[in-house]
Design a protein around this ligand. Structure first.
Ligand SMILES: Nc1nc2c(ncn2[C@@H]2O[C@H](COP(=O)(O)OP(=O)(O)OP(=O)(O)O)[C@@H](O)[C@H]2O)c(=O)[nH]1
Length: 190
């Protein structure tokens, strides 16, 4: 089984005010910070950006475009498109707006996922879930995602009701919760 690194970057960035995945800071676009961390982890056989058809031409790498039926369905819609493209593989997902995720954390997620191949493994911080930093895998995942999208219950919490999920909590590891910092507004970068 291959591991596919997935940079989620198909959102609307309403709160940010412009497309945050393409916003440049510290000399790199936001999605490139995430891409580079996935690449440097050495865990991914391939890395793709998952986005919509309007944004796709702006990324300088392979993109997977959201399925027409599930455009603007949020991150679960994005994951469905990637799972369709890579049905046999494990998806190591990081959203473009969490650009400070560490190599060590990616390694911890990956090794937990490799030991429990039927489980989704997501990040958590004192019980608060960070499902857009996680590993998505297991039999029937594509079909479960499709069913969830059809049900119109588009939250990760709703999706997790039907799957085995491991929450890897940063408070139990020797890591700084800053690595989960989520950029929703411009001020979040400072
Ligand atoms: N492929 C894909 N990714 C999405 C979609 N909606 C959100 N995302 C991604 O999922 C992650 C979390 O998105 P949010 O921050 O909740 O939403 P957003 O649309 O980017 O921002 P807001 O409009 O401010 O809520 C980000 O990496 C988004 O790019 C979607 O419909 N398709």
């Amino acid at each position: 089984m291959k591991t596919i690194g997935v940079v989620l970057a198909g959102g609307k960035s309403t709160r940010f005010g412009e497309q945050k995945s393409l916003y440049e800071f510290d000399g790199r676009k936001m999605y490139e910070h995430v891409y580079d961390r996935l690449a440097a982890s050495g865990l991914c056989d391939e890395i793709v950006v998952n986005t919509n058809k309007v944004l796709a031409p702006h990324f300088g790498c392979r993109t997977i475009i959201d399925d027409e039926r599930y455009e603007d369905h949020g991150p679960l819609g994005g994951l469905y498109a990637v799972k369709r493209a890579y049905p046999a593989d494990r998806l190591m997902v990081v959203s473009c707006d969490t650009p400070f995720v560490s190599q060590e954390w990616l390694q911890a997620l990956h090794s937990t996922a490799a030991a429990r191949p039927e489980h989704i493994v997501i990040s958590a911080e004192d019980g608060k879930l960070h499902p857009t930093i996680g590993v998505y895998q297991g039999a029937g995942l594509k079909e479960d995602l499709r069913r969830q999208l059809e049900s119109k219950r588009l939250s990760f919490r709703a999706f997790f009701e039907n799957r085995e999920v491991i929450e890897l909590d940063i408070r139990e590891m020797d890591e700084d919760p800053e690595i989960f910092r989520n950029i929703n507004y411009k001020e979040d970068i400072e």
